[in-house]
Design a protein around this ligand. Structure first.
Ligand code: ADP
Ligand code: MG
Length: 314
């Protein structure tokens, strides 16, 4: 954490993203400055092509700025290696996309457990955690369905469960309701509201002005720059919380909160077809290969029952 400003979780300083050279040169982001405090719920709006996705991808360490500085949770991540970025991402960031980005060949429960794959937890434990969070999203009875067997709204709730499973403190959502009808949009927004109320920071891109009522701050972008930036909630009123303790996530219409376990060494993985970035290699899931053997998993009694899955797993 930075010493002076503990509350700032994200800081971009004069960040630019340039495409092309010479005549073809264009800027997706231009000298972009942004300070985000913990607990903000920011909505980003603006016409198509103004740089919203680029901004989110840079914040999420899925893409790299051409110039400028990026301080994430007090650390300068502008020039760190891909593997370091993966670690930052794992600790701090969960992603939700417009098209859900579930892996079509994996059952729901395994999709949700994907971000834990490098955690060092045994598969049984990862599936148990996924099972637990799916229960609270009222999707447990479908956890061995394949993604195509769920509705869009259900798939997006699965994606939200996946984004939360390694307990990040920042959720980045790129038009998460863009493919949903208004009823399902509402359900997703209520879930994001709950996640925010626990003290998480959310940055969400949307085209729908009606949704800005959920935000504490609304940024309008134009041609790679901030056009307007309006806080609707005072900093002192932002929800507190965040990492470091057990976080309970209360999900819409669920009576009892989930206890999510903190997994600081976990690695977040995004399995998206359309995540096109230079470190896509660290995002795309390989098969079941824990990269870093867990430091912490060692003193498990090996006697533990291993599999109690409900089938469907090869
Ligand atoms: P938004 O999400 O607001 O619609 P984007 O961030 O996707 O906008 O894109 C911002 C600008 O950057 C657009 O003009 C787009 O054409 C351009 N752009 C995005 N990705 C690339 C790329 N890989 N190569 C060239 N230009 C790109
Ligand atoms: Mg976009």
């Amino acid at each position: 954490m930075s010493n002076q400003d503990n509350d700032t979780i994200i800081e971009l300083k004069a960040v630019s993203k340039r495409y092309g050279f010479g005549d073809a040169e264009s800027y997706a982001l231009r000298n972009f400055d942004l300070k985000v405090k913990r607990g903000e719920f920011i909505m980003i709006m603006g016409p198509s092509g103004c740089g919203k996705t680029t901004l989110l991808n840079i914040i999420g360490l899925l893409d790299k700025a051409s110039s400028g500085e990026y301080i994430l949770a007090g650390k300068d991540v502008s020039r760190v290696s891909s593997s370091k970025k993966a670690r930052f991402r794992a600790k701090e960031i969960g992603f939700i996309f417009q098209n859900f980005n579930l892996v079509p060949t994996l059952p729901i429960i395994e999709n949700v457990s994907l971000p834990l794959i490098y955690s060092g937890y045994h598969k049984t434990r990862r599936l148990r955690m996924a099972d637990n969070i799916l229960e609270h999203f009222h999707l447990r009875e479908r956890e061995y369905y394949m993604p195509y067997q769920l509705s869009g709204g259900q798939q997006q709730r699965v994606a939200i469960a996946r984004s939360l499973i390694s307990n990040p403190s920042i959720i980045l959502a790129d038009e998460p309701t863009g493919n949903l009808d208004s009823r399902n949009s509402h359900i997703i927004m209520e879930e994001l509201r709950e996640i925010h109320s626990m003290g998480n920071t959310i940055i969400m891109v949307t085209h729908n002005p009606a949704l800005t009522t959920y935000a504490t701050r609304v940024i309008n972008m134009l041609d790679g720059e901030i056009d307007t930036d309006i806080k609707t909630v005072d900093d002192s009123e932002l929800p507190k919380g965040g990492k470091g303790e057990k976080v309970s996530v209360k999900v819409l219409s669920s009576r009892d909160p989930i206890k999510m376990e903190i997994q600081s060494e976990s690695d977040v993985v995004v399995s998206g077809e359309n995540v096109t970035t230079e470190d896509a290699d660290v995002l795309v899931m390989p098969e079941e290969q824990p990269k870093t053997p867990a430091k912490k998993s060692t003193k498990k009694t090996t006697k533990k029952k291993t599999t109690k899955k409900k089938g469907a797993k090869k």
